[in-house]
Design a protein around this ligand. Sequence first.
Ligand code: PAF
Length: 282
Amino acid sequence: MLIFKKVEEIKKYLRPQQQAGKTIGFVPTMGYLHEGHLSLMRKAREECDLVVASIFVNPIQFGPGEDYDRYPRDLERDRKLAEEVGVDVLFVPEKEELYPPDYATYVEVERVSEGMCGASRPGHFRGVATVVTKLFNIVRPDRAYFGQKDAQQAVVIMQMVRDLNMDVEIRVLPVVREADGLAMSSRNVYLKGEERQAALVLYRTLKEAVELVRCGEKDPEKVRQFMADRVAAEPMARLDYAEVRQWPTLAVPTKLEGQILLALAVFIGQTRLIDNMVVEVP
Ligand code: PAF
């Protein structure tokens, strides 16, 4: 596996491969890799000639007081894991490589980035859209892989790709869970002692909400309130949001029909966790 730190070096390596007709699968990450990331890399391995992954903790998608400084980092471990699943090229730029002191350009995706995580984390999706645009311009992938755990992020990226006529196919793959149902996340390492058990409230609540919908509940507000009440019943949890949206448009439904996204963001102690499930309503 090759490792590049500089934009010009990775471009110089990739362009001749692309000219030779090789398809590139790209998995952008912030590192501290887990099975969720690895599932994206394995899929890219299956579907593309060359697999490129990036590890970059993107400062501009973190708000003031968020966990940018303490976000978990372990490049040596990540390098081994990426190599084991067949990544060909790892891009690990320094902060100054992507954002030199005179940096001034940002990508703003309207509407789908508002509400949900966009409301709790102002500027977050602007940071995500900007870095993903930069990474797409550097790598020029044929396909890029994202996890459905960050459902709103995936929708923002798909909107951006359509709006800006980017030549990349976005693949969104299912949430990967621990044996007990907790959605995999690099931030799970923050959970201490009893918090790990309390964090299961997200999975439990989503499963119960899916059941409620499957049993015929058609009122989005009733399902949303049900989720909020279930989270409130866990003493260690504090609800950030419970949302019921149309998938994948994120439109607010008046009646539950078609593909419905049930989404939660919950604080367990200091740790903010998100999770979601999509249910098909006939
Ligand atoms: O999902 C993530 O890890 C990040 O938001 C991404 C897409 C790598 C952009 O920094």
